[in-house]
Ligand binder design. Structure first.
Ligand code: KIV
Ligand code: NA
Length: 270
């Protein structure tokens, strides 16, 4: 297989082939996910909850993200992996200024990321443009943005009112215009994310708890393997249940996303 690149992701989007993504935090899981055919690996700041035992992603540092990005990149290199590697910019590492965001993004890119992800709309547009102009591919993230959980009042569905839905659409379009080449949509109603996906023409949407109308899907690795320290979100499916191995669970996830059977809007969406 050829390494996944931005042109390849654009091609998949154009051909309406679903893009698959899982989180990865270490070398071995990264290599196994890559071999199972997962196209994009996200070193998510969800590692704060999954690996560090924190109750939110707010406490994750840039140094921790750098370390895990390096671990995942090492695993991909050793396994001759082809996955597209995305590093999450943690809370506080891009909020001060676009210059601070650039410095933080450089840390993750030098650790092996191919793209960085940052949360939020509006104020982030300028930052996205600044990074993209400087050769750093950016994935945006709207809907439930876990770094702002305290401002949002909990992990709840976003974009339920007409006002919040149209704000989300405007912010998504502006982020695409600013140069974002991917957009994660987390916990938004299925009809909203499907409509939004149609409105964006060169920025594939990657849904999590956002129904099956997005251009791709992402899940937290440990969630889809049935492991969670807290309450399992409704939008997760345990792919381990009907698979004999971790690799088999990942392959089942890839197959289910590709053929549109996951997520099921009745079972995993709003
Ligand atoms: O940190 C993370 O795992 C994420 C995904 C859930 C999109 O941001
Ligand atoms: Na994240």
């Amino acid at each position: 297989r050829k390494p996944i690149s931005l042109p390849r992701l654009r091609e998949m989007h154009k051909q309406a082939e679903k893009i698959t993504m899982l989180t990865a935090y270490d070398a071995t899981f990264a290599a196994v996910a890559d071999a199972a055919g997962v196209e994009c690996l996200l070193v998510g700041d969800s590692l704060g909850m999954v690996c560090q035992g924190l109750s939110s992603t707010v406490g994750v540092s840039l140094e921790t993200m750098r370390h895990h990005t390096e671990c995942v990149a090492n695993g991909l290199r050793r396994a001759n992996g082809t996955a597209w590697l995305i590093g999450d910019l943690p809370f506080g590492s891009y909020h001060e200024s676009k210059e601070q965001a650039l410095r933080s993004a450089v840390v993750l890119m030098q650790a092996g990321a191919h793209m960085v992800k940052l949360e939020g709309g509006g104020w982030t547009e300028e930052t996205v443009r600044f990074l993209v102009e400087r050769g750093i591919p950016v994935c945006a993230h709207l809907g439930l943005t876990p770094q702002t959980v305290h401002a949002l009042g909990g992990y709840r569905v976003q974009g339920k009112t007409n006002e919040s839905a149209s704000l989300l659409k405007r912010q998504a379009a502006a982020l695409q215009d600013a140069g974002a080449s991917m957009l994660v949509l987390e916990m938004v109603p299925a009809d909203l994310s499907a409509a939004l996906t149609q409105e964006l023409d060169h920025c594939p949407t990657i849904g999590i708890g956002a129904g099956n109308g997005t251009a791709g899907q992402v899940l937290v690795l440990h969630d889809m393997l049935g492991m969670n320290l807290g309450k399992m979100p409704k939008f997760v499916h345990n792919f381990m249940q009907d698979s004999g191995s971790i690799s088999g669970a990942m392959q089942a996830y890839v197959a289910a996303v590709k053929n549109g059977s996951f997520p099921n809007n009745a079972a995993h969406a709003w």
